[in-house]
Design a binder for this molecule. Structure first.
Ligand SMILES: [Zn+2]
Ligand SMILES: [Zn+2]
Length: 277
């Protein structure tokens, strides 16, 4: 199995571009599945620098409807030049906003395109809140139940409905789960509903306890100190062999993860290529 990070906030190789966003290509079971598309043009640029032909992508999965995971869709679909299935939760099309502390108004952070434009470029959407098996070993989490008492949805995030801003439950948040002989490989977008909730749900869904590898975002960058510490304490119990957290993990949580996990932790940035046996 190969996992290549096409877009992340920082650049880890010569020639690739970094932007606030995420896009990770998973090559397993003869299938090439792209989780997310970054924020804008870097996914297409970086694929070319890394020697990846985008037309080989079989399916796209969107981890949620924020712009930094979906904003590359227009360029990507134009470059792919074919029909492609896009798997996501129906709520990706909610009108998503952020209002950070001290800001006077809400800013739009949802998908920066209309659905029909993307369809005219070849997108064929499969929208479901249920887990979806892409092959015998690859499944999307579908909606992730929030079961831990310390993992909270970022309170700065909103949806606009009938003119009113309400807290965004981020029901659309999901991850990719891959079954391997060594245990589960989890590829997360932002883990808005909690990385521990995501891992527990993946174990249940796949019927596998061992979690071998976790890559992607953990959305700890605005989390309270106690959420970070409780998350780390519980993460340590999974016996993870590779922990490539980045994107919305943030500096503070990354430092703590590096301290606690030693060589198991690595900042999974643009250009990172993981080859798993
Ligand atoms: Zn997000
Ligand atoms: Zn994000």
């Amino acid at each position: 199995m190969n996992i290549v990070t096409l877009v992340e906030n920082t650049a880890g190789r010569v020639g690739v571009l970094a932007e606030w966003g995420l896009s990770i290509l998973v090559d397993v079971d003869g299938l090439k599945v792209l989780l997310d598309t970054g924020q804008s043009t870097s996914v297409v640029h970086n694929a070319s620098v890394l020697g990846i032909d985008l037309s080989i992508i079989d399916k796209i999965v969107l981890s949620h409807g924020h712009f930094d995971h979906t904003g590359g869709l227009r360029q990507l679909l134009s470059a792919m030049r074919k029909q492609v299935e896009i798997i996501a939760h129906p709520d990706i099309w909610d009108a998503k906003y952020v209002q950070r502390p001290g800001e006077k108004s809400h800013s739009y952070i949802g998908i920066p395109f209309q659905k029909d434009e993307l369809e005219s470029l070849g997108a064929s959407f499969t929208l479901t809140n249920e887990p979806l098996w892409i092959s015998d070993n690859i499944v999307t989490t579908g909606e992730i139940p929030m079961l831990t008492d310390y993992e909270k949805i970022d309170a700065n995030l909103y949806v606009k409905r009938e003119g009113a801003f309400r807290p965004d439950p981020l029901r659309d948040d999901m991850a990719l789960v891959i079954k391997t002989d060594r245990g589960l490989v989890i590829v997360a977008g932002c883990a808005h509903r909690g990385i521990i909730n995501t891992l527990r749900h993946a174990q249940k869904l796949a019927g596998v306890e061992t979690i071998d590898t976790v890559v992607g975002g953990t959305h700890l960058f605005r989390a309270a100190e106690d959420q970070i510490e409780l998350t780390i304490a519980e993460l340590k119990g999974f016996g993870i062999q590779r922990l490539g957290a980045s994107h919305c993990t943030g500096f503070r949580a990354s430092v703590r993860l590096a301290e606690e996990f030693g060589d198991v932790f690595f900042p999974n940035n643009t250009g990172t290529h993981l080859q798993l046996p």
